[in-house]
Design a protein around this ligand. Structure first.
Ligand code: ATP
Ligand code: MG
Length: 658
C-alpha cells in the first residue's frame, strides 16, 4: 500500500482541487445527471441499441445488438443496413440544416470556403460518380493522401457513399511511408494534390506520390487536386485532375446500403510503438459511437461552431472533424496550416472570427502556446468559447490550468478525452454538464464503456484498482474489428493477456480514491529506479511546473546499480537560457516535488523533442540515444534532424549513477 502511494506522488498534490460544472453550463447540457451511466449499467445492450436508434438513420434495423460468439472478433448491430454519407448529409436536407455550413474551411494563406449540407450533397455525389466511372466498387480500397482541404472530406464521404474503403495517409508522411501503406492495403486508387503550403513555403505532395506509385502496381488511377499550383508531372492514362474529372459528373448518386459490419476505413496508427498497424473500422457501430460521443462529450448544440484542430489524417479528425460532427448536423471548422503562421495568434484569431464555441486540441499544442506566452490569445475576444477539449497525450496539470485560464477564461469546462485509433471513439472522458473535473485526469469511462486496471502478473481478471495496465473489459460499438489482413497480430497485440477477456490498451493507468482514472502514459513509459516505480509523466509534470520549462520528456536509462535512472530532456520557455545553474535548479526542483529517488541524473536542454507527426514524444527513441543504441526507425518523426542533435548533446555529457 505504502508503495502504491509513492507511485503517484508526483501528481498527488494536484489531485485535490476539483472543478464543478458551472451552473449555467449544467442547466443547458445534454447530460447533467448520472442517468446515462445508470441506464448503461442496468442494460448494456439496451443502452447501445437506444444510441443506435436515436443517433443513426438505418435503412434496415439490426437483428442483434452485439454478436460475441467469436471473441475477440465482435460484431455490432448485425443485419442492420445504413450508409454513413446518407447519415452525414442526406438526412439533414429535409431539415433547417439544408443550407447550414457543414464545413467552414480556411487555409494557411487565408483562402476560405464554406460548404453547406446541400452543397456537400452535390459535391459528394459528383465525386462518388467519378469513383464509379473509374470502376471502383464496394469493397475496393482508395488511399487518400491530401492535406486538410475540403476535397479530403468530400473524398471520404464519397467513398462511404458507394462502399469504397478509405485509407487516409497523413499529408506530412514521406513517399516511403505512403508506399508502405499503399502496399499493405493493396489500394487501387490514390487521391492526392500537387502540393501543400507550410509556413508560406510550398511543400510537394504529388512528387512524393509519384515516388511511391513507382513501386505500387496496384494503383490504377490517381486523382490530383490543384492546391498550391506547383509544377508537377501528370502521367497519361493514370493521373487525372480533380477539377476536370468531376466537371461532368452527375450530382446525384444513390447511397449503397451497407451492412453494419462492412468495412468503413483502414487507418494506420501513428507509429510511436513500432511498425504502424492497419486498424480496421466498420460502419454501424462506429457511427453510433462517434455520433453519441460527439454529442454528449462536446455537448454539441445546433447553433454551435465546433472546431477540432487535429488533422483528418489521424483518427481524431476522422471521428471528430468529419463523421461525428456531420452525423449530428454540426458546423465543423477545418483549418489547413500551422498555429503560428503568420503569427502565433492564428488559432485565436480564427476563434474570434468564426465565433468558435467548442474547441478540441492536443496537449502538445497547448504546451507550445504556454511557451509562447498568454499575450497571443489576449489579443482576441474569445468569449464565444464555452467548452474546451484535449486528446492525444496525458495533459499535465499545469498545461490544463493554463488552457483553462488563458483560453477558456476560467469559464469553460475542459474535457480530457482518452481514446485511441483502435477505440474509434472517446472512451474515458468527463461529461461536461455532470462530471467534476480534476486537472490531468480523464475522469471516468463514458456510459456503456467498461475500463479497468490489470496487474501484469495477474492471469485472471482482478478486482484490485491499483496501478497497472489499462484494459477495456467489454466490447464497444466503435471498436476496431481487426488489423488489416492480420488477425493474428490483432489477437497478439490486444487480446493476449488474461485469457483474452479484455482489450489491452498498452497504456499504464490508475484510479484515485474517487475512482478517477489517470493515464500517465504507455506501459513502457514506466521507470524502475532502485526498486521504485515512477512514471515518466510524474517527473515531466514536475519539470513543467518550473517557470523556465516549456516541455519535458523523461526516460529511464538502464543503470548497473539502480536498474534505471531518470534522464530529463527539456525545452525552455522563450526568455530562458540553458546553464549549469538551471540544470542544478531543475534537479532540486524535482527532488523537492517528488522525492530524492526521482532526481534526474541529467537534464539535457534541447531545441525540440523527437515527435511523431501527430505531435507525440517518442520516448523510446530518447532512451535508445541515452543508452548509446542506434535509434532505429525514425521515418514517422516530424523532424528527423533532431535525432542527431540530441545524440550529440548526449555524447557530450554521458551519465551514470557512479
Ligand atoms: P502507435 O499505437 O502506433 O504507437 P499512437 O498510440 O500514438 O500510435 P493513437 O491511437 O493516435 O496512436 O494514440 C492513442 C494513444 O494516445 C493512447 O494509447 C494514449 O497513450 C495516448 N492518449 C490519447 N489520449 C490521451 C489522454 N487523454 N490522456 C492520456 N493519454 C492519451
Ligand atoms: Mg497506440
Amino acid at each position: 500500500m505504502q508503495k502504491e502511494e509513492k507511485d503517484t506522488a508526483g501528481v498527488e498534490s494536484l489531485m485535490t482541487k476539483v472543478y464543478d460544472p458551472p451552473e449555467n453550463f449544467k442547466a443547458q447540457a445534454w447530460v447533467n445527471d448520472d442517468s446515462p451511466y445508470k441506464k448503461a449499467d442496468e442494460d448494456f445492450e439496451g443502452f447501445w441499441a437506444e444510441a443506435a436508434e436515436q443517433n443513426v438513420t438505418w435503412f434496415k434495423k439490426w437483428d442483434k445488438v452485439l454478436d460475441d460468439s467469436n471473441p475477440p472478433f465482435f460484431k455490432w448491430f448485425t443485419g442492420g443496413k445504413l450508409n454513413i454519407s446518407y447519415n452525414c448529409i442526406d438526412r439533414h436536407l429535409a431539415t433547417p440544416r439544408k443550407n447550414k455550413a457543414a464545413i467552414i474551411w480556411e487555409s494557411e494563406t487565408g483562402a476560405t470556403r464554406t460548404i453547406t449540407y446541400q452543397e456537400m450533397y452535390y459535391e459528394v455525389c459528383r465525386f462518388a460518380n467519378v469513383l464509379k466511372n473509374l470502376g471502383l466498387k464496394k469493397g475496393d480500397i482508395a488511399t487518400i493522401y491530401l492535406p486538410m482541404v475540403p476535397e479530403l472530406a468530400i473524398a471520404m464521404l464519397a467513398c462511404c457513399r458507394i462502399g469504397v474503403i478509405h485509407s487516409v495517409v497523413f499529408a506530412g508522411f514521406s513517399s516511403g511511408a505512403l508506399q508502405d501503406r499503399i502496399e499493405d492495403s493493396n489500394s487501387k486508387l490514390l487521391i492526392t494534390c500537387d502540393g501543400n503550403f507550410r509556413r508560406g513555403k510550398p511543400l510537394a505532395m504529388k512528387i512524393n506520390a509519384d515516388e511511391a506509385m513507382k513501386n505500387c502496381p496496384t494503383i490504377e488511377n490517381c486523382i490530383v487536386v490543384k492546391y498550391n499550383g506547383m509544377d508537377i508531372q501528370m502521367q497519361d492514362g493514370r493521373d487525372h485532375w480533380w477539377g476536370e474529372i468531376i466537371a461532368d459528373a452527375k450530382p446525384e448518386c444513390e447511397p449503397e446500403h451497407m451492412d453494419a459490419e462492412d468495412i468503413l476505413f483502414i487507418l494506420y496508427t501513428s507509429g510511436t510503438t513500432g511498425k504502424p498497424k492497419g486498424v480496421v473500422h466498420t460502419t454501424g457501430g462506429y457511427l453510433t459511437g462517434v455520433a453519441l460521443t460527439h454529442k454528449w462529450v462536446f455537448d454539441a448544440k445546433e447553433e454551435d461552431t465546433y472546431w477540432c484542430s487535429a488533422d483528418i489524417g489521424w483518427v481524431t479528425g476522422h471521428s471528430y472533424i468529419l463523421y461525428g460532427p456531420l452525423a449530428n448536423g454540426a458546423t465543423s471548422v477545418m483549418y489547413d496550416g500551422s498555429p503560428d503562421y503568420p503569427e502565433r495568434n492564428r488559432w485565436w484569431s480564427m476563434v474570434e472570427k468564426y465565433r468558435v464555441n467548442i474547441f478540441y486540441t492536443a496537449p502538445t499544442a497547448i504546451r507550445a502556446f504556454m511557451k509562447w506566452g498568454p499575450q497571443w490569445p489576449e489579443k482576441h475576444d474569445m468569449s464565444s468559447l464555452r467548452l474546451l477539449g484535449t486528446v492525444g497525450e496525458p495533459i499535465n496539470p499545469e498545461a490544463w490550468l493554463w488552457y483553462y485560464k488563458h483560453i477558456g477564461g476560467e469559464r469553460c469546462p475542459i474535457v480530457d478525452t482518452w481514446w485511441q485509433t483502435e477505440t474509434g471513439m472517446i472512451m474515458v472522458t468527463p461529461l461536461p454538464g455532470y462530471t467534476p473535473l480534476k486537472p490531468g485526469s480523464a475522469t471516468k469511462a463514458f456510459p456503456g464503456v467498461h475500463v479497468d486496471i490489470f496487474k501484469d502478473e495477474e492471469t485472471e481478471r482482478p478486482q484490485a484498482k491499483t496501478k497497472g495496465r489499462l484494459a477495456i473489459t467489454k466490447p464497444w460499438p466503435a471498436m476496431l474489428r481487426t488489423l488489416y489482413n492480420d488477425d493474428q497480430r490483432y489477437i497478439d497485440t490486444y487480446w493476449s493477456r488474461w485469457g483474452g477477456k479484455a482489450y489491452i490498451a498498452g497504456d499504464g493507468a490508475f484510479f484515485d480514491d474517487d475512482g478517477y482514472l489517470w493515464v500517465p502514459g504507455r506501459i513502457d513509459d514506466v521507470m524502475n529506479v532502485a526498486g521504485h516505480r515512477l512514471s515518466t509523466m510524474e517527473l515531466e509534470s514536475a519539470l513543467v511546473a518550473h517557470e523556465a520549462v516549456a516541455e519535458a520528456a523523461v526516460v529511464g536509462k538502464t543503470d548497473e546499480f539502480k536498474g534505471q535512472i531518470p534522464v530529463a530532456f527539456v525545452i525552455l520557455k522563450d526568455g530562458f537560457d540553458p546553464s549549469d545553474e538551471l540544470e542544478g535548479d531543475l534537479k532540486k526542483f524535482v527532488r523537492t516535488k517528488i522525492g530524492p529517488i526521482a532526481t534526474p541524473a541529467a537534464v539535457r536542454f534541447t531545441r525540440d523533442l523527437p515527435k511523431t507527426r501527430s505531435g507525440k514524444i517518442m520516448r523510446r527513441l530518447l532512451r535508445d540515444l541515452e543508452e548509446g543504441k542506434p535509434p532505429g526507425d525514425v521515418t514517422t518523426l516530424r523532424d528527423p534532424t533532431i535525432v542527431d542533435e540530441i545524440s550529440e548533446i548526449v555524447k557530450a555529457h554521458p551519465t551514470g549513477s557512479k
